[in-house]
Design a binder for this molecule. Structure first.
Ligand SMILES: *[C@@H]1O[C@H](CO)[C@@H](O)[C@H](O)[C@H]1NC(C)=O
Ligand SMILES: *[C@@H]1O[C@H](CO)[C@@H](O)[C@H](O)[C@H]1NC(C)=O
Ligand SMILES: *[C@@H]1O[C@H](CO)[C@@H](O)[C@H](O)[C@H]1NC(C)=O
Length: 209
């Protein structure tokens, strides 16, 4: 009994320390992206400098928060554009580029349409007080919810935030074609560099509501 109590006492501070320390949280985000093969399948490396939180706020007043990477959410609960908040990062530049991709199209086993572009926006700003990501110009690709085919298993819907380079030009992109979006090539062409924040959720097939 005493032994159990002692080990409990030892475990609790370790767990608290893990979740309350910002650096450690970013390390666990980084590790999750590796463990779920987003690194190196989709991006070569990931050194997040800020937390990204996606929140689905429903008309009925309830909400689902994607705080931890890989949170599962019902397809039908992910059809509205999530509100995105970014944790405080030092010396934030003025504009950011945000993107959400599903690399697992049509399935993670056979991703011949990798990736589907579910969202693309430039000229995003971070509200200093709330951390809310806001678009300053029209969104290039409005958020489109998951629609994975039946039997295709879980799909990763990954949000990446990039610092926006000066004179960003995305005019080469066919915005009407969201399929076979090569994120690595896009990043290379636009000079976005490495993402500074990211998060993702997992959804699978569900008959539309
Ligand atoms: C609110 O709406 C969401 C999305 O449609 C749904 O999943 C959830 O069950 C609803 N909650 C309540 C309390 O009705
Ligand atoms: C933000 O994006 C939405 C959707 O594209 C658009 O309706 C709105 O006008 C944009 N805001 C600004 C300030 O351009
Ligand atoms: C959509 O874009 C991808 C990637 O550039 C290309 O491979 C594909 O042929 C395009 N599809 C259409 C219908 O234009």
């Amino acid at each position: 009994m005493l032994k159990h109590l002692l080990s409990l006492l030892l475990v609790v501070p370790a767990v608290l320390g893990h979740s309350s320390h910002g650096r450690t949280d970013l390390t666990s985000v980084k590790e999750a992206f590796k463990a779920d093969e987003i690194v190196p399948q989709i991006i070569p490396r990931f050194e997040p400098i800020a937390q990204a939180t996606l929140t689905f706020n429903y008309a009925n007043g309830s909400s689902v928060v994607i705080s931890g990477p890989g949170t599962r959410i019902q397809r039908n609960d992910a059809q509205i554009a999530p509100a995105i908040t970014i944790g405080y990062g030092r010396h934030p530049p003025k504009y950011y580029v945000g993107v959400i991709v599903d690399p697992d199209a049509p399935s993670r086993q056979n991703p011949i349409r990798r990736s589907i572009r579910h969202y693309l926006a430039r000229d995003l700003t971070i509200d200093r007080k709330t951390g809310f990501l806001k678009n300053f110009t029209a969104v290039a690709n409005e958020y489109r919810g998951p629609n994975p085919p039946a039997g295709s298993g879980g799909h990763r819907y990954i949000f990446f935030l990039y610092k926006q380079p000066k004179n960003l030009d995305i005019s080469f992109l066919d915005l009407n074609n969201r399929t076979n979006f090569n994120l690595a090539e896009f990043v290379e062409k636009t000079g976005l560099g490495d993402p500074i924040a990211g998060n993702y959720f997992v959804s699978e097939y569900q008959a539309p509501a």
